[in-house]
Design a protein around this ligand. Structure first.
Ligand code: PEP
Ligand code: MN
Length: 337
């Protein structure tokens, strides 16, 4: 249930409403917006008569949230969530660019690519240290050694970092070195992991599962929010369909849908969505036009010899050229890069 307070509601009136809701057995989430305060009351109370709240002083309106995801929904929180990490804002007017290799491979590679990312004006460096590979015989990532390399490369270039966490046991070590947790497509419904990430302080980027509906994806975000971490961003990375010309099918329409039904920032990952470098720039341009709050793009200085996802990595010069195009598209829709 969402309780919208009058613009003129006093502090005492708001406290009184909260007290009543708590007495009725609801869990409270207050959000103080620019215009007015909205209180989310969570808890299933079949047959609860909303008039009991509507008549309280200071209340403008009360309505039920019909979507199964509550805290992730727009009706729960009207203002868009803007996540602040160091001096970077995700979900604001500026479209945030995240770039880097699929996997952290060596010091030389990471320092080289971090410099490219920084020179391009992108703010966030990516790189996997714990890799979810389809084959157990493929490169599994450098682990903690890789995290140290990425942290050092990011510090030198004033970048924020993101890396994938695959299991609960990796949370502490990743939190020590890295700014944002990434939950990969294969782990979108690892609810035990999501609950633990909800108890951490750092932002989480939740990728859409390989065969997840938008509602299932938002329910997974709800697990993180419900456990206390409000800093969740979503990432569309393509879904599995019958098509074989692409690695996955990029669900571009998920971007405006999520923007409408949720307040959480949406990032698009055209690299994993397509799997082929020639398809990445067109889909990156489309994602910006569709309203994504950010892009995650894999780059590599030597893709032929990359230890993972070489075929979808952009060469640094191609990435730089793409950004110039993206800037024009962003401007056309009154955003910035
Ligand atoms: C990745 O970003 O490195 C990755 C493995 O992506 P996904 O979980 O979307 O496959
Ligand atoms: Mn990859």
């Amino acid at each position: 249930m969402v309780v919208i307070l009058e613009n003129s509601a006093t502090k005492e009136q708001i406290e009184n409403v909260i007290k009543h809701l708590e007495d009725y057995g609801f869990q409270i989430h207050k959000s103080t917006g620019v215009q007015r305060t909205v209180i989310g009351a969570i808890g299933v109370q079949p047959g609860f008569d909303t008039r009991k709240v509507k008549i309280l002083d200071g209340v403008a309106d009360v309505y039920r949230v019909t979507a199964p995801f509550k805290q992730a929904s727009r009706s729960f929180k009207e203002d868009k969530t803007v996540i602040k990490v160091k001096d970077v804002e995700i979900g604001g007017d500026e479209i945030v660019l995240i770039a880097g290799p699929c996997s952290i491979e060596s010091e030389e590679q990471m320092f080289k690519l971090a410099e490219v990312v920084s020179k391009s004006g992108s703010k966030i460096l990516r790189g996997g240290a714990f890799k979810p590979r389809t084959s157990p015989y493929s490169f599994q990532g450098m682990g903690e050694e890789g995290l140290v390399i990425m942290r050092d490369a990011a510090e030198k270039n004033n970048l924020v970092t993101i890396t994938e966490v695959m299991q609960i046991g990796e949370i502490d070590v990743i939190e020590k070195y890295i700014d944002i947790f990434q939950v990969g497509a294969r782990n979108m419904q690892n609810f035990a992991l999501l609950k633990e990430l909800g108890k951490t302080q750092k932002p989480v980027m939740l990728k859409r599962g390989l065969a997840a509906t938008i509602e299932e994806w938002l329910m997974s975000a709800e697990y993180i929010l419900a456990n206390g971490n409000p800093n969740v961003m979503l990432c569309e990375r393509g879904i599995r369909t019958f098509e074989t010309y692409t690695r996955n099918t990029f669900d571009l329409s998920a971007i405006p849908i999520v923007q409408k039904i949720s307040h959480l920032p949406v990032i698009a990952d055209p690299s994993h969505a397509t799997g082929y470098r020639d398809q990445v720039p067109p889909m990156a341009r489309a994602a910006v036009a569709a309203g994504a709050d950010g892009l995650m793009i894999e780059i590599h200085h030597d893709p032929e010899n990359a230890l993972s996802d070489g075929p979808q990595a952009l060469l640094p010069e191609v990435y730089l050229e793409l950004i110039n195009e993206l800037k024009l598209i962003a401007k056309a829709i009154h955003r910035e890069i």
